[in-house]
Write a protein that binds this ligand. Structure first.
Ligand code: FE2
Length: 181
């Protein structure tokens, strides 16, 4: 598929990707350790809440892609991925809820970080116009909006995180970008 689109494929591409990822991961590990040392258990609550939102978002994306593409093989593949991801969702969401409910400080840190730093998972990896296209394809229109507003309502129910409207804001911002590009 990559070759068909004139992209580098096979071993050289994988080597480049891995090299980039190793560097990124090394940096992100230091940032994570640093933040955890600084913010302690509040950071773990944030990490869990962030993870839950990313899992809800990818799950919604898989469901929409499955519906929109209407392809039997893709549907089966996505069904299996979604089943596996379901376990991650339960873990992140229950840990986030428990940890946030125990700590007003964790609630404040999480709210601050989500409000100012949260971006849809993966949106930093791909070029902006592709992210814009993806967001529009999956989440624009009434049906797509039902999915994103459901996630926003779930975020509302996390202790101390009501009315952030993360998904609604992200969808209008990112799909707007694509039009402008
Ligand atoms: Fe996952």
């Amino acid at each position: 598929m990559l070759e068909a689109h004139g992209e580098q494929a096979g071993a050289p591409r994988i080597a480049t990707l891995r090299r980039k990822r190793r560097r990124k991961e090394a940096i992100s590990t230091f940032t994570t350790i640093g933040s955890a040392a600084f913010a302690g258990s509040a950071f773990t609550a944030l990490h869990m809440a962030w993870g839950a939102i990313n899992e809800w978002t990818t799950q919604a994306g898989y469901a929409r892609l499955s519906d929109k593409a209407g392809h039997p093989t893709l549907r089966e593949l996505l069904k299996r991925i979604m089943k596996q991801e379901g376990g991650h969702i339960d873990f992140y969401a229950s840990e986030a809820t428990r940890r946030l409910s125990e700590s007003p400080r964790a609630q404040r840190l999480t709210r601050f970080a989500l409000k100012h730093l949260w971006r849809p998972v993966g949106s930093g990896v791909m070029p902006q116009e592709e992210v814009g296209f993806l967001v529009k394809y999956l989440f624009a229109g009434d049906e797509g909006h039902q999915f994103t507003s459901r996630i926003d309502r779930r975020v509302d129910r996390l202790p101390g995180q009501a009315h952030l409207h993360l998904l609604d804001t992200a969808v209008s911002r990112l799909s707007g970008l694509e039009v402008a590009a």
